[in-house]
Design a protein around this ligand. Structure first.
Ligand code: ASP
Length: 312
């Protein structure tokens, strides 16, 4: 197998051309393009899908418009509590982290947890301490601050409401930044998936969504597919979205396209769950379904063109 595939996302939601400026659209596309190219370069040189998804997600975390790493949304307390996960489809090893602050790239902490902790899922201050112990890059609170996120939070701070980053009805609906993720198939036939998020604006009580939950927001298995989700986490958790798609392929023999359609366009819609996902199967097919107005997304296959899109 001398072919690779990669897909990335920067969040799904009420993303409409009427709410976007040309400059903003160009910036989003730049962020997506840079991340796609970082991942694709690793794959083209024969690198692993794990390295490719980590590099692509780090690039999206460093880009302030997306709700992950720098630019993560504010909690009700005015902090940033981030979640991330990564999974290796070859070994079925996985690492995940939730509710962490001050780690520059949460996806790298998730991978370090996978490789060095003997566990799968760590949370909060002690997970941060594990990151420090293992030499992860740290940043102070200021690094994660962006003015637009702060304004978005100010709309909600004195209420009990919390909000998906890209939900309509906010005075800041034109600012739809999202969770980020990447999936890849490398030239050795290994699949990998990674996802990273700041979660929901004004979230309280240690709320955690689907992103770091293996099988819900993130999953990879060389026998089936690699998936990274974005959308209203509570629904993605209840629908166990990523693993459900893998199961439809494994046990029912469905194609990636059909499995994704059933879960995103039928099952999630029935539950009321808005969002989408990126998926690659073991032969390199790519599917990018979403039931919302838009999803920041990009993909590429070896020898093919870059695909970058935002709207339906
Ligand atoms: N799924 C994420 C969460 O619920 C949010 C998102 O995708 O924007 O935390």
């Amino acid at each position: 197998m001398n072919q690779f595939s990669i897909a990335i996302h920067g969040g799904a939601g009420t993303i409409l051309p009427s709410l976007m400026t040309t400059e903003k659209e160009a910036l989003y596309k730049k962020g997506l393009k840079e991340a796609l190219q970082k991942g694709a370069k690793i794959l083209a040189q024969g690198g692993s899908s794990m390295d490719a998804v980590e590099a692509a997600v780090m690039s999206l975390e460093d880009f302030p418009l997306f709700n992950a790493g720098k630019g993560a949304v504010f909690t009700n307390k005015g902090t940033h509590e981030m979640d991330a996960a990564i999974m290796d489809g070859n070994t079925l090893e996985a690492g995940a982290v939730s509710g962490i602050s001050n780690i520059k790239n949460p996806v790298s902490l998730a991978r370090t947890i996978m490789l060095k902790s003997g566990h799968v899922f760590l949370a909060g201050k002690d997970a941060e301490a594990f990151g420090k112990l293992n030499g992860l890059n740290l940043e102070d609170d200021k690094y994660f601050y962006t003015e637009e996120r702060y304004k978005q939070w100010q709309e909600l701070v004195n209420t009990e409401n919390y909000q998906l980053d890209h939900k309509a009805g906010s005075i800041h609906t034109e600012k739809k930044f999202g969770t980020v993720g990447a999936v890849a198939l490398d030239m050795k036939g290994n699949l990998a998936a990674a996802t990273s998020t700041g979660g929901m604006t004004n979230k309280r009580f240690g709320r955690i969504g689907d992103t770091p939950v293996i099988g819900s927001g993130t999953y990879a298995n060389n026998q089936t597919c690699a998936i990274s989700c974005t959308g209203h986490g509570e629904f993605f958790l209840r629908a166990v979205v990523a693993y459900d798609i893998s199961c439809l392929i494994e046990y029912k023999g469905l194609s990636l396209e059909e499995a994704c359609r059933i879960v995103v366009m039928e099952k999630l819609v029935k539950l009321g769950g808005e969002g989408g996902l990126i998926a690659i199967d073991k032969t390199g097919n790519i599917s990018l379904p979403f039931n919302s107005e838009g999803m920041y997304r990009a993909s590429m296959k070896s020898g093919g063109e870059e695909y970058i899109a935002i709207y339906k």
